[in-house]
Design a protein around this ligand. Structure first.
Ligand SMILES: *[C@@H]1O[C@H](CO)[C@@H](O)[C@H](O)[C@H]1NC(C)=O
Ligand SMILES: *[C@@H]1O[C@H](CO)[C@@H](O)[C@H](O)[C@H]1NC(C)=O
Ligand SMILES: *[C@@H]1O[C@H](CO)[C@@H](O)[C@H](O)[C@H]1NC(C)=O
Ligand SMILES: *[C@@H]1O[C@H](CO)[C@@H](O)[C@H](O)[C@H]1NC(C)=O
Ligand SMILES: *[C@@H]1O[C@H](CO)[C@@H](O)[C@H](O)[C@H]1NC(C)=O
Ligand SMILES: *[C@@H]1O[C@H](CO)[C@@H](O)[C@H](O)[C@H]1NC(C)=O
Length: 204
């Protein structure tokens, strides 16, 4: 066998090995962000059938947090929630913090919360018909991979919730909070992976 033939074979083997190593590394380090959704939402002040002396300004909701990783647990930092009434003034109506916690692999959590919505004339809002409330969520998460934890990764999500004349969210299903922004990947693993794909197409 010529020297160049041996070199070529060796090079081929190296590329294949490096490629699989990168693939397995990528598969084991890849993380998926938690999925957050609003499962129920109720503003008694907007329930038009409730004509009693109810002057409650409380806003009730269930926040669902799902760890989408089957082999990594998630550490949540304190979760900040802001509610904004989307009328012309876009008034902030309430803030809430949910304490951080550790969530096991592939687990989900339901947080039943309520917030006192101040400074809003709910009677006037109710008379106006449908209402839209915006929810913004901010936290940071770390993932535990085997024995070590990743760096903090910011999680900023939001959604708009349409509220009907019963004071309930219009959508009967859970409302998933989304980020609007693309996933900020940019990890070294991704670079190695792209390089390997490039080499694969170019030379094999
Ligand atoms: C709205 O008020 C009515 C009358 O009290 C009550 O029957 C109904 O359950 C309330 N709606 C919700 C979603 O709680
Ligand atoms: C308020 O509720 C009572 C029964 O609880 C009902 O008789 C009355 O008609 C209601 N009023 C309005 C304005 O809906
Ligand atoms: C709500 O109603 C209670 C009694 O029904 C009253 O004492 C209280 O002042 C009211 N609150 C507001 C903000 O109107
Ligand atoms: C929400 O929090 C900010 C900053 O802590 C505060 O300025 C604002 O008044 C709060 N809004 C409501 C509606 O509580
Ligand atoms: C009611 O709707 C009108 C028109 O959309 C808007 O100008 C007004 O600010 C609303 N009022 C309340 C209390 O939401
Ligand atoms: C909530 O509102 C406060 C004050 O307006 C702001 O500093 C914070 O970034 C907001 N949080 C979210 C999650 O939007």
């Amino acid at each position: 066998m010529t020297e160049s033939g041996w070199c070529c074979k060796c090079c081929f083997k190296f590329i294949i090995t490096a490629g699989f190593a990168a693939l397995f590394l990528w598969l084991s380090l890849r993380t998926r962000k938690p999925k957050c959704s609003i499962e129920s939402f109720y503003i008694p002040a907007l329930n038009q059938s409730l004509n009693s002396s109810s002057n409650s300004t409380t806003l009730y909701f269930d926040l669902r947090l799902k760890n989408q990783n089957k082999d990594k647990s998630v550490y949540y930092d304190t979760i900040y929630l802001n509610f904004t009434l989307l009328d012309e003034a876009r008034r902030p109506v309430g803030n809430l913090t949910v304490p951080g916690f550790h969530q096991g692999r592939d687990k989900k959590a339901l947080r039943k919360e309520s917030v006192e919505a101040r400074g809003v004339d709910w009677k006037a809002v109710s008379r106006n018909g449908s209402t839209i409330v915006r929810l913004d969520l901010a936290t940071a998460v770390r993932y535990k991979i085997l024995l070590w934890k990743t760096k903090r990764e910011n999680l900023r999500l939001g959604t708009e919730i349409k509220v009907n004349g019963q004071g309930l969210k219009d959508n009967p299903h859970g409302i998933t909070l989304n980020s609007g922004a693309a996933m900020p990947g940019g990890s070294l693993v991704r670079v190695i992976w792209s390089f390997w794909v490039f080499v694969w197409w170019k030379f094999l």
